[in-house]
Ligand binder design. Structure first.
Ligand code: 13P
Length: 248
């Protein structure tokens, strides 16, 4: 299975900054063929990014989507519009969306189905808060997020990102053991839902991934890539992450 290394820029970078990043980044990664590389700029930079990425294998993702195709939904963007702007993927259910914008499991499920229907690949995020971990509810929370979020969703063109909320932007990464434990649980849950098709679903780890800790995390059996925030904002740093050392 091909590793997937995805940058989530969150609410960072103007159009010129996006284009400048891509200009510097593409020559660095031109010989990397065994890793799928994805960048997710804000909506306003998507089209410019897709133009700048032309001719390269780096894929474009949005950070969110609405489930309707068109109409009176001020401020929202449809799956078709993302495809039109050049996106291959969309991130759905990020903990920041769940926390600040009321994206609950039901909303997440609707968004995923709409994205798939339009032909977008989905990067579905799940993860527990510190309080949930400390009270021993990690597996309950993630099990529920997967069960409701992925209810009726196809295993095809689906990527899971496990992002422990306590590790996002905190510099506090999950240990290899913590990551592997949850990734194995996610794999088992997916197997129950999808049978053997679950083996092909990539499970990314996200939360304070850096060039320094990426090798260790990627060596875990059920970790198939990373979703990277802060360390993806500089071309050099994201390049170091996508060129992590694979175990021989
Ligand atoms: P950081 O890498 O900045 O911790 O962010 C992780 C994340 O939320 C990616 O979606």
């Amino acid at each position: 299975m091909k590793y997937c290394m995805a940058a989530n820029w969150k609410m960072n970078k103007t159009v010129p900054e996006t284009v400048e990043f891509i200009k510097a980044f593409l020559p660095m990664v031109k010989d990397i063929t065994d890793v799928e590389i994805v960048i997710s700029p804000p909506f306003t930079s998507l089209y410019a990014a897709s133009e700048s990425l032309k001719g390269s294998d780096v894929k474009l993702s949005a950070q969110d989507v609405f489930w309707e195709e068109k109409g009176a939904f001020t401020g929202e963007v449809s799956p078709g519009m993302l495809l039109d702007a050049g996106c291959r993927y969309v991130i759905i259910g990020h903990s920041e969306r769940r926390q600040y914008f009321h994206d609950d499991d039901t909303v997440v499920n609707k968004k995923i189905k709409a994205a798939h229907k339009a032909g977008l690949g989905v990067i579905f995020c799940c993860g527990e808060s510190l309080e949930e971990r400390e009270s021993g509810r990690t597996f309950d929370v993630i099990g529920r997020e997967i069960q409701t979020g992925l209810e009726g969703v196809s295993a095809e063109d689906l990527i899971i990102a496990y992002e422990p909320i306590w590790a996002i932007g905190t510099g506090k990464t999950a240990t290899k053991e913590q990551a592997q434990e949850v990734h194995a649980f996610i794999r088992k849950t997916l197997k129950t839902a999808y049978g053997s098709a679950a083996d092909a679903i990539r499970i990314l780890y996200g939360g304070s991934v850096t060039p320094e800790n990426v090798d260790g995390l990627m060596a875990c059996q059920d970790v198939n890539g990373a979703l990277v925030g802060g360390a993806s904002l500089k071309p050099e740093s994201f390049y170091k992450i996508v060129s992590f050392k694979k175990e021989s």
